[in-house]
Design a protein. Structure first.
Length: 240
């Protein structure tokens, strides 16, 4: 049966199907990116496992920015708008994307969600992807940067077990470091070493949303990323 239906063909069938899906996604991602760049909006795809601390990180980010930047977020999950409501309570302009069963966001979901979120005046747009260390890495959303949140409680081997996610990351935030004193078998140095084995240009910041450790360094990184979108803004404004 596998010979006739093709489900056992690991060389041709999956590649053919994936190319058809991703080609449409790439077109929509390019459309999203065009809109982000023409408004000098820094869009960041925030990925990580369920419970890694993505929402808590964004709450801490909003508190640290303290109004110095206008921040928005699209919160992706299979069900509920819990994360979006948490983000809104932290002062972030937020909208929920519920995927139903999809284990990732795609560019079309982001594009449709933007119609429900006033975003054209934002400085930062965080796209909090569905909790997953596999699928979100494959789909371009039109973002300027990929950030992966990796909690120390997940163990030291996650970068080695899920290399594609970390290979595509511009930055990894090693979260929940306030728990390290009660995790004697977890070494921050070994996590950093594992990241160095799979990231082409390893960059990580150890953070704690609870204590605020590392958040200023994270904010500085975001500020530096604004140069990625500034040239389009200057060009639109006549080069000034």
């Amino acid at each position: 049966m596998c010979d006739s239906c093709g489900c056992g063909d690991s060389e041709l069938v999956p590649v053919e199907v994936q190319q058809r899906i991703l080609s449409g996604n790439e077109r929509t991602a390019a459309h999203n990116r065009h809109h982000f760049l023409e408004r000098a909006l820094l869009a960041v795809n925030v990925m990580g496992s369920p419970g890694a601390g993505k929402t808590a990180l964004l709450e801490a980010t909003a508190h640290a920015l303290d109004g110095r930047r206008l921040v928005g977020a699209l919160a992706g999950d299979l069900a509920t708008d819990h994360d979006a409501r948490r983000l809104a309570a932290a002062g972030i302009r937020a909208h929920s994307i519920t995927t139903g069963s999809a284990c990732h966001l795609d560019a079309g979901m982001v594009h449709r969600a933007l119609h429900h979120l006033p975003w054209s005046d934002l400085d930062y747009l965080f796209i909090e992807n569905v909790g997953n260390l596999v699928c979100p890495a494959v789909y371009d959303l039109g973002q300027a940067a990929n950030v992966v949140v990796l909690a120390v409680t997940e163990g030291e081997d996650k970068p080695l077990k899920y290399p594609v996610m970390f290979h595509k990351a511009d930055l990894v935030l090693v979260s929940k470091i306030d728990l390290l004193p009660v995790l004697p078998d977890i070494s921050l140095d070994r996590i950093v070493d594992a990241l160095g084995r799979v990231m082409p240009d390893p960059k990580c910041i150890a953070v704690s949303a609870r204590t605020g450790a590392g958040i200023d360094e994270w904010i500085a990184w975001l500020t530096a990323q604004e140069a990625r979108v500034a040239p389009a803004h200057y060009q639109q404004a006549g080069g000034h």
